[in-house]
Design a protein around this ligand. Structure first.
Ligand SMILES: NC(=O)c1ccc[n+]([C@@H]2O[C@H](COP(=O)([O-])OP(=O)(O)OC[C@H]3O[C@@H](n4cnc5c(N)ncnc54)[C@H](OP(=O)(O)O)[C@@H]3O)[C@@H](O)[C@H]2O)c1
Length: 322
C-alpha cells in the first residue's frame, strides 16, 4: 500500500512516499481502507518536531474517513463507512497518511452518508472540536455575542456557522484585511483585524464586554481575549495557531479578570458522540451547513498539501484523498 512516511521532523519536503506491506489488525483493532482525511495543524506541529512523545519514522494523520476492510472480531462488516480520530493516532502509532490504517476499535465511529468522500474527510476532527468548544466548553446560547479569534481557520469558519445557526451574533478576526469578504460570506456579523489588542475595540461597542470568546490563536492573545468578555463571560482556548501554548509566569489574579471564566477544549481528552456526528452529517446533506473545503489533494501531493497549510492561504479545510 502507499504511505507518506516522515523519517525525521522538518519541512514538507521530508515526507517520503513509500510502498509498504498492508498492516494486519490484532483483536480490538480494525483495518480501515482510508478514503479521505483532513489536514490538521497538530500534524504540522508534529511534522516540525514540536509534538512531545512522537518517535520517527511515523505515518502522520490524526483522523480519517473510510471503510472497514477487516474486523478480526467480526462486529463491523467489510465496507461499513467509518470515521476515526485522535486516540494518539498518527502520533504513538501510524495514522491516516496511507491507503490503509490499523486503528483501535475505540476511536472508530460507524456512520452512513452519500456525501462524497472529500467532503466527509473534512468533518471528523473539525466537527468534534467545533461542536465541543461551542456546546460543551462555552455552553453557547441564543442571543449571545461571541468573538471567534482566528476566524479564517477551518475551525473558525465552521464555528461561525454553528454559532449563527444557534442564534448568536458572531464577531470574527483575521490578521489579513484581504480575507474580510471570506468571513462575511461565511456569515460573520462583524470582522475585526487582529493586531493583538482587541479588548478596547470590543468595549467601544459593547461597554461591559461580550459573552463568549473562542480563542484559536493561543496564549499570545489569551490575556486580551479574557478582557473582551463581560463579568461572568467565558473564554475557551481551543487553538494555538501562534504555536504558543504556555503562559510564562502565570499569575491568576492578574491574568484573569474577576468573575471571568477560562476553559479549554481538547479533543484528545473527550470522546465524540457518534449520534452528534451522524446528525451533523445529516445537516450537511440538508444544506444547513456548508463545509469550507479549501482544496483536495491526492496522497502523492502530501508535500504540496502541507505547503498550503504552511502558507496560511487555505481559508478552509485541506483534504487529502489516498
Ligand atoms: N483543541 C483541540 O482539540 C483542537 C482540535 C483541532 C484543532 N485545534 C487547533 O485549532 C486551531 C485551528 O486549526 P485549523 O486546522 O482550523 O487551522 P487552519 O485552518 O490551518 O488555520 C489557518 C489560519 O490560521 C491563521 N494563523 C496562522 N498562523 C497564525 C498566527 N501565528 N497568528 C494568528 N493567526 C494565525 C491564519 O489566519 P489569518 O491569516 O486570516 O489571520 C490562517 O488563515 C489550531 O491551532 C489547531 O491546532 C485544536
Amino acid at each position: 500500500m502507499k504511505a507518506a512516511v516522515l523519517y525525521q521532523p522538518g519541512g514538507p519536503e521530508n515526507f517520503i512516499m513509500e510502498e509498504r506491506t498492508r498492516p494486519v489488525p490484532a483483536s480490538g483493532q480494525l483495518l480501515i481502507k482510508v478514503k479521505a482525511f483532513g489536514l490538521n495543524r497538530s500534524e504540522l506541529m508534529t511534522r516540525k518536531g514540536l509534538s512531545p512523545g512522537v518517535n520517527f519514522p511515523r505515518v502522520l494523520g490524526i483522523e480519517c474517513v473510510g471503510e472497514v476492510e477487516f474486523d478480526p472480531l467480526g462486529e463491523l462488516t467489510k465496507g461499513q463507512q467509518v470515521a476515526a480520530l485522535m486516540g494518539e493516532m498518527g502520533r504513538k502509532y501510524d495514522g491516516s497518511y496511507a491507503a490503509y490504517a490499523v486503528l483501535p476499535r475505540s476511536i472508530v465511529f460507524p456512520f452512513k452518508s452519500k456525501l462524497p468522500w472529500e467532503q466527509l474527510g473534512a468533518i471528523p476532527e473539525m466537527f468534534q472540536t467545533t461542536y465541543g468548544s461551542l456546546h460543551r466548553a462555552l455552553h453557547i446560547k441564543t442571543g449571545e455575542t461571541i468573538l471567534i479569534r482566528g476566524g479564517t481557520s477551518s475551525i473558525g469558519m465552521l464555528a461561525t456557522q454553528l454559532a449563527k445557526n444557534a442564534g448568536l451574533t458572531v464577531i470574527a478576526t483575521t490578521r489579513n484585511a484581504v480575507k474580510e469578504n471570506i468571513l462575511l460570506q461565511n456569515g460573520v456579523d462583524k470582522v475585526l483585524i487582529d493586531d493583538g489588542a482587541l479588548a478596547s475595540k470590543i468595549k467601544s461597542t459593547f461597554k461591559d464586554g461580550i459573552d463568549k470568546v473562542l480563542e484559536l490563536i493561543g496564549t499570545t492573545t489569551l490575556k486580551d481575549s479574557l478582557r473582551c468578555v463581560k463579568p461572568g463571560g467565558t473564554v475557551c482556548m481551543t487553538g494555538m495557531l501562534s504555536e504558543q501554548w504556555v503562559v510564562p509566569e502565570f499569575i491568576p489574579m492578574d491574568f484573569i479578570p474577576a468573575t471571568v471564566n477560562l476553559t479549554v477544549y481538547d479533543s484528545g481528552q473527550i470522546q465524540p458522540e457518534a449520534t452528534h456526528f451522524q446528525e451533523f452529517i445529516h445537516e450537511v446533506e440538508a444544506g444547513k451547513i456548508r463545509l469550507n473545503v479549501s482544496r483536495v489533494f491526492p496522497l502523492d501531493q502530501i508535500k504540496e498539501a502541507h505547503q498550503l497549510m504552511d502558507s496560511n492561504s487555505a481559508s478552509g479545510k485541506i483534504v487529502v484523498v489516498p
